[in-house]
Design a protein around this ligand. Structure first.
Ligand code: LFR
Length: 486
């Protein structure tokens, strides 16, 4: 069969895009049809996603895409919309950086299930305060939750509007803390601990399948053909990105680097040991029955949010200039633990970095360039720490490191990650998420056999950049010890 033309809708924390993909057994080409901003909206204490603006961007993008055989949607994980008995959205979805999942909410869930250990045994999910299980627990007793008939994760909500179907795609369901990584189904114990009715959780659906045709209103509005189908892709953006890692051998590590750095390895069975839980590792689902064994590292959020604050304060924050200044700044002058919880909420990251330095007896970075150096060196150290821990906990060795996502354009971060690990880093593709989305649609159309075929196609069709370690590992060892990432 020949190549297919598909549309990949990829929603990220700062922007959404619709890419047109041409995919076949030996064909993989992506072009951007439309890109639009994603601007979270603060109302009082609550931080929301403007999901209707995103949906409008999706429709505009589908119209710009022109005729396609199918449409697939992926986005960040965890967040959801509640829909009522008429299938209508109840309120705006909250942002995972919303402050309502307090320690009391988290402890309430742990108490109901018999401790954090029991929740990890049931789900295999790393503890993050914003996991869906805690968000829903925080919403307990609200009028909205009382009226809700389904919890739809963001890509499934967009898919519902496009096709009228209701379901929960499994890779994204595995990020909720309501899903059992061992049985690959919803976890009754975790659902009970969240305090919600299990009927709110839609039936699971598997990536590489079709949900049904787009609604007539949608095809009329976008000019797409009436038989255009909604494809179920690996709708968790990280799962799509990992599926698109251009690895050609078995033992590789990956870092999907954008707003977050998701650093880990691929396994066939979950690791649910107490050491794994304490180290904060997650067992999320990949495609073809794989486990994404990884940990969230705070990622380029630190840099992007710093730039936003500098711009607000009238301080120049051109990326190229900042990176050149960072390259010229003093090495290892100050370091942070990127995963310190103080860096999670939106706000003045440069100020929080200064405070972190003050609290740890380090000189605060004197300039934006020095701050960027601090961020990137610290991220490289966190990458190293995370990958080495993943390998140890899963009894594996570290092979080639693939760095995919927007961060693959950041040469300093790629080089320093290679230096810190003492391993070569292969950077690219930058659009790994959209590539994975397109590839899974290729699977649904029967054009690609398995994960290995998908990855070979990415390796064959993309120009990748290789960074060799510079050999100064001792300096990185010393730096890692200083900041507790040794
Ligand atoms: C990356 C990502 C991460 C998830 C975070 C919040 O975009 O999907 O995998 O932990 O966003 O949903």
């Amino acid at each position: 069969p020949g190549a297919r033309r598909v549309a990949a809708v990829d929603l990220g924390a700062t922007s959404g895009r619709v890419m047109v993909g041409l995919v076949g057994a030996d064909t993989l080409q992506l072009t951007e049809a439309h890109r639009f901003e994603n601007r979270p909206v603060q109302v009082g204490e609550a931080l929301h996603w403007d999901v209707l603006a995103l949906y409008q961007g999706v429709l505009d993008g589908l119209r710009a895409a022109g005729p396609v055989d199918s449409v697939g949607v992926d986005s960040w994980a965890v967040d959801y919309g509640l829909v009522d008995a008429d299938g209508v959205l109840l309120g705006n979805p909250r942002h995972y950086r919303d402050p309502r999942t307090t320690p009391e909410v988290v402890e309430g869930v742990w108490k109901r299930i018999g401790g954090a250990e029991a929740l990890y045994q049931a789900t295999g999910l790393q503890h993050l305060p914003f996991n869906t299980v805690f968000q829903l627990a925080a919403a307990r007793g609200s009028a909205q939750l009382a009226a809700a008939r389904a919890v739809l994760l963001i890509p499934d909500l967009i898919g519902h509007w496009l096709s009228g179907t209701v379901g929960a795609e499994s890779t994204n369901a595995s990020t909720t803390g309501l899903f059992d990584a061992t049985t690959r189904s919803w976890s009754p114990a975790a659902v009970e601990a969240a305090g919600i009715a299990s009927s709110l959780l839609p039936p699971l659906r598997e990536p590489g399948t079709f949900a049904g045709p787009l609604l007539p209103r949608v095809t009329e509005h976008t000019g797409l053909a009436a038989d255009t189908r909604l494809a179920i892709v690996a709708s968790h953006d990280t799962a799509s990105a990992v599926a698109a890692v251009p690895a050609t051998g078995p033992e590789f590590a990956y870092i999907s680097c954008g707003t977050w750095s998701l650093a880990g390895i691929e396994l066939t069975t979950p690791v649910l040991t107490e050491a794994s839980r304490q180290a904060g590792f997650t067992n999320e689902l990949g495609v073809d029955g794989t486990i994404r064994y990884l940990r969230n590292v705070m990622g380029l959020w630190l840099l992007n949010e710093s730039r936003r604050v500098w711009q607000d304060h009238g301080i120049p924050a051109d990326l190229e200039t900042l990176l050149a200044q960072a390259a010229a700044a003093e090495p290892f002058a100050c370091l942070i633990d990127p995963n310190d919880p103080r860096f999670l909420p939106p706000g003045d990251i440069p100020d929080r970095i200064r405070r972190f330095c003050a609290d740890t007896g380090q000189p605060p970075p004197p300039t934006p360039g020095a701050t960027v150096r601090c961020i990137l060196e610290s991220l490289a150290l966190a990458h190293r720490h995370t990958l080495r821990q993943a390998a140890t906990l899963a009894h594996r060795s570290l092979g080639t490191v693939h760095l995919v996502g927007g961060g693959s354009h950041n040469a300093l971060l790629c080089q320093w990650t290679a230096d810190a690990l003492g391993l070569p880093v292969i950077a690219g593709p930058a659009e790994a998420t959209a590539v994975g989305n397109v590839l899974m649609q290729g699977r649904a159309h029967g054009l690609l056999a398995d994960l290995a075929a998908m990855r070979h196609l990415v390796a064959a069709s993309h120009r990748l950049c290789r960074y060799e370690p510079s050999g100064d590992e001792a300096a990185w060892d010393h730096a890692a010890e200083r900041v507790g990432l040794g």
